[in-house]
Design a protein. Structure first.
Ligand SMILES: Cc1cc2nc3c(=O)[nH]c(=O)nc-3n(C[C@H](O)[C@H](O)[C@H](O)COP(=O)(O)OP(=O)(O)OC[C@H]3O[C@@H](n4cnc5c(N)ncnc54)[C@H](O)[C@@H]3O)c2cc1C
Length: 333
């Protein structure tokens, strides 16, 4: 079973917010059809449409392959032209610069496939599958193990890379293996040990390998009603304690143990502090929300302001959990 069995053989070119726009690395504004696939690369695609913050400039080139062959063809295209490749999942942990991203952005969100194997209790999913949907699907089957993940609005690929976690569980706890594609087209199956997991990190971060699929060990055989109830309870708790009503990236900073970043920011008096359209959320101080019309630079400068203030008050360096893509130099004047 591989993701090449996923439905369709066409890359997504529709519904893209594209414009002619000058970024760091200018390219033709024609759609590029990849040979031997129906896959198309779109120039000047605005990434604000593909990030949960709803900010970010254009990718020089953007492609969202629907299967492994199209993904490999996209990588080959980039390699032959010496283009930098940036991988996007659901864009729920990203801050993309207003100046956009040079090279080719490959979004894996359309790599779709899932298989619940009752013999092994393993769930194998393509990188683009939505984590909240998988959590609900598992619960409805009476499979335990993903209840904690229902509020994490990312893809399986992003969760593997980020070691996404909540409620004292994380992907590393249940990952059996991840399949990754290297720039030279080689596919490898890696164990959690090979991925070097720790709190919200893996060896895949900052690298050039693309997660294509993952296998998770779950526990079938429970009462679906009970698993659904626990899953919904987690969702409810998050809706009550985190600001899901405005665009955000979830927690902006890693928790500097033994402290929580949110507590430090709140104690520093920054709840509600705003730069442009970016605000430290009133409900949860480790969230920065886009109150409307925020630029990536507003969010970036607010991150820097928080770091500076917390450093002054507590002598603690808050390390961002959000991944920043593109150029931010001089963004704060
Ligand atoms: C409201 C809200 C709540 C959140 N709550 C939580 C939470 O409780 N716990 C938590 O851990 N996170 C949370 N997040 C953050 C985010 O959802 C997770 O980090 C998630 O795992 C990111 O997945 P993604 O698909 O959106 O990845 P992206 O944000 O698109 O990418 C994240 C990183 O992974 C890389 N990447 C993505 N896909 C691939 C791939 N297929 N192959 C290689 N690299 C890839 C990207 O290059 C980037 O470096 C929250 C976010 C929001 C908006």
């Amino acid at each position: 079973m591989t993701i090449s069995q996923a439905a369709g053989n066409v890359c997504t070119v529709s519904a893209l917010n594209t414009k002619k726009h000058q970024t760091t690395n200018s390219v033709d504004s024609e759609v590029i059809y990849l040979p031997n696939t129906d896959c198309a690369i779109r120039p000047q695609a605005y990434l604000s449409a593909f990030t949960s913050y709803r900010v970010g400039g254009a990718a020089d080139l953007y492609v969202a392959p629907r299967n492994l062959e199209a993904l490999q063809a996209s990588l080959k295209y980039a390699k032959e032209r010496d283009l930098k490749v940036t991988t996007l999942g659901a864009g729920s942990n990203l801050l993309v610069s207003d100046r956009g991203i040079s090279g080719l952005v490959i979004a894996t969100r359309h790599l779709r496939f899932s298989n619940f194997d009752p013999q092994t209790g393993q769930l194998t999913v393509a990188a683009g599958e939505s984590i909240p949907s998988l959590a609900l699907a598992a619960a409805e089957l009476g499979w335990q193990g993903l209840e904690w993940a229902v509020g994490i609005p990312g893809t399986a690929g992003g969760a593997v890379v980020m070691n996404a976690g909540a409620h004292n569980s994380c992907i590393a706890d249940m990952l059996v293996s991840a399949e990754v594609l290297s720039p030279d087209g080689t596919l490898e199956t890696l164990t959690p040990e090979q991925l070097g997991y720790s709190y919200r990190t893996s060896l895949l971060q900052g690298g050039d390998r693309i997660v294509t699929q993952a296998t998770l060990q779950l526990a079938p055989g429970a009462d679906p009603a009970k698993v659904v109830a626990i899953t919904k309870e987690h969702k409810k708790h998050r809706l009550n304690t985190q600001p899901y009503n405005f665009p955000s990236c979830g927690s902006v900073f890693r928790n500097p143990k033994p402290y929580s970043a949110g507590w430090l920011i709140e104690q520093t008096g920054l709840k509600g502090y705003q730069i442009g359209g970016a605000q430290v959320a009133l409900l949860h101080a480790n969230f920065i929300v886009n109150r409307g019309g925020a630029k990536a630079s507003d969010i970036f400068c607010l991150i820097r302001h928080i770091q500076h203030q917390v450093q002054e008050r507590w002598s603690i360096n808050l390390e961002p959990e959000v991944k920043m893509l593109g150029e931010f130099q001089g963004a704060c004047g």
